[in-house]
Ligand binder design. Structure first.
Ligand SMILES: *Cc1c(COP(=O)(O)O)cnc(C)c1O
Length: 389
């Protein structure tokens, strides 16, 4: 019997053709001499980090960014040799591993850098870091001229350290009101003035800033959400310089179809009761896949038509009220297009009163990712059957 990458009829499609088009447009937008840093943290916002990283690098990205050292090491294990920056705080005791694997870390405080020096004795390659300045996000970074100066001096006087970049992060780049953004930008320009900027990678912009405000790109931009074809916020959706193409879609197939009689109920709590005889379909997706219970009452697509979820969403399954009979095996689309109908990531985000970022991240690792290019399947990843049992 031939082995398959997955044995369930549920999968997420990752449209690498769309992703590549987004990356090409972003690269064209920022210009040849500005580095495009592809942000692939959190498994590339749930899309699949190795495949997204490789596709982005092919289209002109020159640096990758992740949140954790583990994520960077996983990309190295996939054979990716390009520069990788860890945006989050790496515990000092693990920075030796980062140096060994040529992974760039974020230097965010004097204390952190002092502790790091204690762990680099046996390391051959110097630890590369980008200095993080907190200009108003209040998350990571040093805040004063003195701290920045001290960190730069420490780097210069130690053969174990190499500062190759400086950056900050905006808190409100995706909002119409730009006052706070401008305050942060001015602060960044002020605090970086004494630094040797010509030999540093200097970056401040995320997707929102990178797409909206061309003049403060410095020499690198960190693109995350826009690479996945999603707008950084609904507020600035109409301000984007080109059309983004959504990369993520989620599909399954009906596992069971039956009629229920008027007065019969469906799912836990028997909260849904048929008002007339009707067709009910069972969908093999549940909250353990990331399809949260709060999505009860929302819609999915079958045969290009919207069909409503009936009753509570279970851990592994939910039911839908069908407009007519469909055979078992009929395709069900939870996110994505069917004929002229489209359930976008933004629609699900709106239903859950959250942001699109959270939606693709929440689709769990139990859902296999299928990578497509020009409609052909390039690769399938299923973390729960990593070696195709
Ligand atoms: C996640 C992240 C980004 C990417 O932001 P998007 O809005 O997805 O483009 C950029 N910079 C930092 C520091 C981040 O943590």
């Amino acid at each position: 019997m031939s082995l398959k990458p997955f044995y369930r009829k549920t999968w997420a499609e990752i449209d690498l053709t769309a992703l590549k088009e987004n990356v090409r447009n972003m690269k064209q937008h920022i210009g040849e001499h500005v580095h495009l840093m592809a942000v692939v943290k959190a498994n590339a916002y749930g899309h699949g980090s190795a495949q997204v990283a490789k596709a982005a690098l092919e289209e002109g990205a020159s640096v990758l960014a992740v949140a954790l050292l583990d994520e960077a090491l996983s990309l190295r294990a996939e054979g990716i040799e390009e520069p990788i920056l860890v945006l989050g705080a790496v515990p000092p005791e693990y920075t030796g591993i980062a140096a060994d694997k040529r992974i760039i870390v974020t230097g965010y405080s004097v204390q952190w850098l002092k502790e790091v020096l204690g762990f680099l004795d046996g390391v051959d390659t110097p630890l590369e870091f980008h200095l993080k300045i907190d200009t108003g996000m209040g998350r990571l970074g040093c805040k004063t001229e003195e701290d920045i100066k001290e960190m730069m001096e420490m780097a210069e006087s130690s053969s174990k350290l190499n500062c190759t970049g400086v950056f900050t992060h905006f808190a409100t780049a995706d909002e119409t009101d730009t006052d706070y953004f401008n305050m942060q930008l001015n602060r960044f320009e002020e605090l970086t003035k004494p630094l040797p900027l010509d030999r540093l990678m200097v970056h401040s912009s995320n997707s929102a800033a990178g797409l909206r405000f061309k003049k403060q790109l410095f020499n690198a931009v960190r693109f995350g959400i826009s690479m996945y074809g999603l707008s950084p916020s609904t507020e600035i959706k109409d301000e984007l310089p080109f059309r983004l193409r959504e990369v993520f879609s989620l599909h399954t197939e009906l596992s069971h179809v039956k009629t229920i009689k008027k007065g019969e109920s469906v799912s836990y709590g028997a909260t849904y009761t048929a008002e007339h005889d009707e067709w009910i379909g069972t969908v093999p997706v549940g909250y353990a896949d990331g399809w949260l219970r709060r999505l009860a009452g929302t819609e999915v697509l079958i045969d290009g038509k919207r069909q409503k979820i009936a009753g509570r969403i279970c851990m592994d399954q939910f039911m839908i009220s069908l407009d007519e009979e469909y055979p078992v095996g009929t395709k069900v689309t939870l996110i994505g297009k069917q004929e002229d109908e489209w359930i976008s990531v933004d629609e699900i985000a709106q239903k859950l009163q959250t942001i699109n970022y959270e939606i693709t991240c929440m689709i769990s690792s139990r859902v296999p990712r299928m990578f497509l290019e020009n409609g052909s399947i390039m690769e399938i990843r299923n973390p729960i059957l990593p070696n195709h049992i």
